[in-house]
Design a protein around this ligand. Sequence first.
Ligand code: HMG
Ligand code: MG
Length: 321
Amino acid sequence: MTGIHRASGGALAQSVRIVEVGPRDGLQNEKGIVPLAAKLALIEGLVAAGLQTIEAGSFVAPRWVPQMAGTDRVVAHFRAGAGVEMPVLVPNLRGLELAKAAGARTVAVFAAATESFARANLNASRQDSLARFADVAAGARAYGMRVRGYVSCAVHCPYEGWVEPGVAAELAASLADMGCYEVSMCDTTGAASPGRAEAMAKAAITAIPMEQVAVHFHDTFGQALVNTLTCLELGVSVVDSSVSGLGGCPYSPGAAGNLATEDLVYMLEGLGIATGIDLDALAAAGRQISDVLGRRPASRAALALAARGPANAPRKDHLSN
Ligand code: HMG
Ligand code: MG
């Protein structure tokens, strides 16, 4: 794939596919239950902004993550589809059956690179959870569903510290072997900076084909955008992000939200990389859910656009390069 060459020497892809995880990763850690109508409005806003892949929720145990109860109604609402892929997280065969009954067409399995995180997040050993995910993946494929994979703690674990890139990459290969069409390499705690992000991504693209690698950065130390750019320069072209920078994992204490989708889109536009996303419409969707949650968007781009207002906004063609 050819693309813009930056001074650093990295060749960037001409287009990047964004996997919007706001309705799932973004909301799962919210203490107050977000009303169904607000979740539907959020997804509608994201579809209107042009997002093509939107993670809609999770079929996990409601006692573990109460916010995700009701994902069946979210999926059922969008069942007719708008040509948009809406993966849902599934931890076991029970979740798979519930996802199928609701009408989901894509599921995501989420393995952990460390033993402690597997136990905290899935109440199972790393090996047992991987065996469960193999069953889920096989079952999903038998139903004709697509399966996405996550490697949590691909850089750093809240309980065990830094993770060897080779360990995370090996897990990515196991998920690809199960039939995952894509594996998202996650900096769950948001501890990575570009050197660690680069090592993690280099190991991943050695283990599985480049086009199957996605990256997923949390922004705890304000490094998510630069980490993402580092991976794009290695040739990665799929990025997870969350509108308004919402997010966090209940089992990763202290982790901040995900990379904000608005910030990602602004950067990609500036680099001349196509996303197919209307930044103003995206920022509006972010403001709407932030209002529901009673807080300001965490996205710097969204705040800057709001401060300028439509009349003073720079023309889009002035944003390139
Ligand atoms: P467990 O307690 O060992 O499960 O949890 P269990 O099989 O003993 O079942 C306990 C109860 O849950 C039973 O109900 C089951 O029926 C029910 P009861 O009989 O007591 O009323 N149950 C379910 N209900 C609905 N859907 C299901 C389901 N499974 C069991 N699928 C389990 C094991 C895996 C279920 C639990 O640990 C769990 O749900 N974990 C998910 C945790 C989670 O969602 N974490 C956040 C997402 S991961 C993340 O954020 C990281 C990511 O963003 C990437 C990154 O940044 O790293 C993806
Ligand atoms: Mg996450």
